[in-house]
Structures are given as structure tokens and as C-alpha cells.
Design a protein around this ligand. Structure first.
Ligand code: UT7
Length: 328
């Protein structure tokens, strides 16, 4: 029987260092009140000495594997959604493969910004539909604190570091697993959210590019407008493709960028607060890591149970946006 991807183990890893809004008040012209009201974020986690993207990814992966009851040698593939790899080469995925000792697994990074985890899940789904025995690790991992301009109050208050991981395999049950994934992109709006420096067009030591372009830059209001529209549309697309309606959903796990975006989505779907998972206040926006971290926490809180209908929705730079509907 060829059925879709099922998540059988989840894990998360967050740096121990907490950076609060009050600490940011000392760095830039901002306030706890502004950040809380405009974003919903109270604190975020920031890597310290000895911590890195790949180390967080490995920690999250080990937890996910243990919970799935799978050994690293059983893995066929490792996919890491990230925009902040340790190095441009090699990928985070191969560092994870080495550290886990996942000798049989292929490994690659996937660049789809905040939609990276859902894109990765959609790729894994294609593999397990061909062979449901495949075991795939899908990770979202970011160290955004190293790519944030700590003098730019319009971005530095938003982002955080962390990793989340999911072990995926075939479901062997038509009523469980990934029902659909919808992936979208609009490259014509790429300039609204960028990290230009250190690619091959603008190498690190070049002097053609202003220093601020070596950090994340965002036209926040424009991104916001596109995010609310796209997340609602792609959420409804998932429901309509499966002949389901919002009241069928047990839990929405949205990308954690701004509480106002999440609230807008919740209102448009007509859902009560308890059906939408939020941990943004603790971690800020962790890009590709936000959904797998949220899934891992939702499960720990007993909010993800077999048979639940779970809707994941993401939006990020590119633009990319995506939804995944899974019967847990
Ligand atoms: O994960 C990828 C997707 N990313 C997103 O979805 C993020 C989408 N955008 C947003 O979440 C919001 O646009 C932001 C949180 C980034 C900004 O909120 P906003 O309500 O859209 O604020 P704004 O950019 O329109 O700025 C309003 C005012 C400005 O001052 P003036 O020009 O009105 O005097 C900003 O300079 O707020 C000011 N401002 C700040 N004030 C205090 C901007 N950042 C800050 C700050 N502290 N940190």
C-alpha cells in the first residue's frame, strides 16, 4: 500500500541563553511594550560559545530518533531546511549525518526560508510514497542571531535560534499521514526580505555592498501584508483539496513570525485559541525551525494525538509559502 508520510518522532533543541526584550532595550531604541504589542515576542534564544546550527540540529535529531525508536543506521535520507548553515560548504545535513553515524543516509540542505520544514516534508513524502519503508529525517535549524544586524531595531527584535526535527516514514494506513502539501513561491518579491552578503555575487571581502546588506533586511509592513494573505489562502487550499472545513482541524501549527499574523489566520479560519499553537513569545521567529519546534512542544503538551487533523502553514522570504495537512 502506498500511503503518505507519517511523522513518528519529534525533537527540538534550543540554546540555553535567553535574550529578553528588556535586554534589547539596552541595545537599540525599542521597548518591551512595542515588541510585545507589535509582535507577541517576549524573549528569544541565542547561541553561545560552542553552539552552532549543526549542533542544535544533531541534538533535535537525536531526540526525534529516540522518540521514534529508530537508530541512525536505519535512516535513508536527511533533509535540513535552513538559511543559516554553519558553512556554505559542506551542508548542515552532512554534518548531522556524520555526527549521528547515519552511514546509509543521503543528506542535503534545502533553501526555502521559513517554509523550509514544510518543503522538506513534501520532499520526504515523495520518497515514502515510492517506498513506505524509507526513514527520513526532516530538520529545520537556524542560527539567525549571527545574521541579524544588532543595530537595526526593525529586525533584531524578531529572530531567534533553534532546531526542530521529525522522523518521517510511510504510514501504511490510508487514514493517517500527510493528506496534502501545497508549495508556492513568488520570486518577483524577493527584494522585500533579503540576506545578500556572502553569496557568490557579493563575497565576504568585497566592498561593493553596504555593510548592512550582510545581515537580514526586511520591509516589514510589506512582508506582513503578503504573509497574512498567503497564509490564509494556502490554509484554505489545503482544506478544500481534502474536502475538509476549518472546524475539522484539531490543531493549526503556523510559522511563528508575528502573533498578529497568527491571530489573523485564526480569525479567518474561525477557530478558538486552543486550536492554534503559539510559542512565539519564548523563541521569536526561528524561520525553518519554528514549525518542527512547535510540533515537538505541542506533542509534549499532549496536544498532538493519533487521529488528530493537523494543519501546518508557513510563509517566508523569497517569497515562499506552504501548507501541509496531516492526519496524526
Ligand atoms: O518569517 C518571515 C516572515 N516575516 C514576517 O512575517 C514578518 C512580517 N512583518 C512584521 O511582523 C511586522 O511588519 C514588524 C513586526 C516587522 C513591524 O511591525 P509594524 O507594525 O509593521 O511596524 P512598522 O514597520 O510599520 O513600523 C512602525 C513604527 C515605525 O516608526 P515610524 O516610522 O512610524 O515613526 C518603526 O520605525 O515602529 C517603528 N519600529 C520600532 N519601534 C520600536 C520598528 N521597529 C521597532 C522596534 N521598536 N523594534
Amino acid at each position: 500500500m502506498k500511503t503518505g508520510a507519517l511523522i513518528i518522532g519529534l525533537g527540538a533543541a534550543l540554546p540555553s541563553r535567553r535574550l529578553t526584550n528588556q535586554e534589547l532595550e539596552k541595545l537599540v531604541d525599542t521597548s518591551d511594550e512595542w515588541i510585545t504589542q507589535r509582535t507577541g515576542i517576549k524573549e528569544r534564544r541565542i547561541v553561545g560559545p560552542g553552539e552552532s546550527n549543526s549542533k542544535l540540529a544533531v541534538k533535535a535529531a537525536r531526540q526525534a530518533l529516540e522518540r521514534a525508536g529508530i537508530s541512525p543506521e536505519e535512516l535513508d535520507l536527511i533533509i535540513v531546511g535552513t538559511l543559516t548553515p554553519d558553512y556554505l560548504m559542506p551542508s548542515v545535513a552532512v554534518l548531522v549525518q556524520k555526527e549521528l553515524g547515519a552511514h546509509r543516509a543521503g543528506a542535503f540542505d534545502l533553501s526555502a526560508t521559513c517554509s523550509g520544514f514544510i518543503y522538506g516534508l513534501a520532499v520526504a513524502d515523495q520518497f515514502v510514497r515510492v517506498d513506505p519503508e524509507r526513514k527520513i529525517l526532516v530538520i529545520g535549524s537556524e542560527v539567525l542571531s549571527k545574521k541579524v544586524n544588532w543595530q537595526d531595531r526593525t529586525t533584531c527584535v524578531l529572530f531567534g535560534d533553534g532546531a526542530g526535527a521529525a522522523v518521517v516514514t510511510g504510514s501504511y494506513n490510508e487514514n493517517r499521514g500527510l493528506l496534502s502539501a501545497h508549495l508556492h513561491a513568488d520570486g518577483s518579491l524577493w527584494h522585500l526580505l533579503t540576506l545578500k552578503g556572502c553569496g557568490s555575487l557579493y563575497p565576504p571581502c568585497g566592498d561593493e555592498l553596504p555593510l548592512e546588506e550582510y545581515y537580514i533586511r526586511m520591509q516589514g509592513r510589506e512582508v506582513f501584508k503578503n504573509a497574512v494573505r498567503a497564509m490564509e489562502t494556502v490554509a484554505l487550499e489545503a482544506l478544500s483539496a481534502n474536502d475538509l472545513s476549518p472546524e475539522d482541524i484539531d490543531l493549526v501549527v503556523p510559522h511563528q513570525a508575528n502573533i498578529r499574523i497568527i491571530e489573523y489566520l485564526r480569525e479567518r479560519l474561525g477557530l478558538p485559541r486552543e486550536k492554534v499553537f503559539v510559542n512565539l513569545h519564548k523563541y521569536g521567529n526561528t524561520s525553518a525551525a519554528s514549525i518542527p519546534i512547535a510540533l515537538a512542544e505541542a506533542q509534549e503538551e499532549g496536544r498532538l494525538n493519533p487521529g488528530d487533523l493537523v494543519l501546518m502553514v508557513a510563509f517566508g522570504g523569497g517569497f515562499t509559502w506552504a501548507s501541509a495537512l496531516m492526519r496524526w
